[in-house]
Design a protein around this ligand. Structure first.
Ligand code: OAD
Length: 236
């Protein structure tokens, strides 16, 4: 029996399904991933250099421009068939490392963003101020109107803590799930990637859909494109 058929069987007999996704889910919407070669003029920078408090302290204008570049790309992107299939299958709880809102744009209701969202800015001093921004015409570097510190994208940078509330809800979700579908992630960034082991410790079955094999134990691994495979797994 093919892997798709076996995966569909697991999905139809599961009571509570969670998904765990990474940049590979949005790749076919034109959003560059992290560890595949960085496209364009950002190729000469290391993403960890850019997505970090040190990088922001060193050159805030460069960091804001890098994020604004990504925001403009996202503004002209649309959900792909994988986002749509995940949104259309009611009852799924989505835990994502992605900072785009393409699952929400596809109509998904329960999405937990472990690494925040790129369509908001927040106070870098964490005074509590945050605001949504227009990703098609994002603002430049500017002070927090509440406390005067700098505003920065409301995303989690290397070395920064994950939002506690979101982390706790994500742990609960994967522990309660009897099936975790892992989509488009290299699974190398922790603590996020630790949720896969957490799900298995909670006796969930694990299905992996990814363009290349990843280092995790799974019941079924399907190598290929998310936009092609995920709809085959989730369609009624
Ligand atoms: P990565 O770039 O590390 O991994 C993307 C994975 O998706 C790779 O394994 C690719 O092979 C796979 N992939 C690429 N295109 C695909 C497609 N069309 N269909 C299916 N799979 C595809 O991105 P993440 O795993 O999301 O964190 O990276 C995790 C975190 O590291 C990100 O959230 C970000 C980054 O630094 C922070 O910024 C804190």
């Amino acid at each position: 029996m093919g892997a798709i058929t076996s995966a569909r069987e697991l999905i139809s007999s599961a009571r509570r399904i969670a998904t765990f996704s990474g940049a590979g889910l949005s790749a076919e919407s034109g959003i560059p991933t992290f560890r595949d070669a960085l496209t364009g003029h950002w190729a000469r920078y290391d993403p960890a250099e850019l997505a970090s408090p040190e990088g922001f302290a060193r050159n805030p204008e460069l960091i804001i421009e890098w994020y604004n570049d990504r925001r403009r790309t996202l503004a002209s992107s649309t959900p792909n068939a994988a986002h749509q299939a995940m949104a259309d299958r009611t009852g799924l709880l989505h835990v994502t490392q992605n900072v785009d809102h393409l699952l929400e744009r596809a109509g998904a209701e329960q999405v937990l963003h472990l690494h925040g969202r790129i369509d908001s800015d927040r106070c870098h001093r964490s005074c509590g101020y945050s605001e949504s921004i227009d990703i098609s015409d994002p603002p430049g570097l500017r002070p927090c109107p509440q406390c005067g510190a700098q505003l920065r994208p409301a995303v989690v940078w290397f070395g920064e803590p994950l939002p506690e509330e979101v982390w706790n809800s994500s742990v609960e979700a994967v522990e309660a799930a009897d099936l975790l579908i892992v989509i488009g992630t290299s699974g190398v960034v922790f603590p996020a990637a630790g949720l896969i082991d957490q799900a298995r410790r909670g006796s969930a079955a694990v299905i992996v859909v990814n363009a290349e094999p990843i280092r995790t134990i799974s019941d079924i691994t399907i190598i290929g494109s998310a936009a092609e495979i995920v709809p085959q797994l989730l369609s009624a």
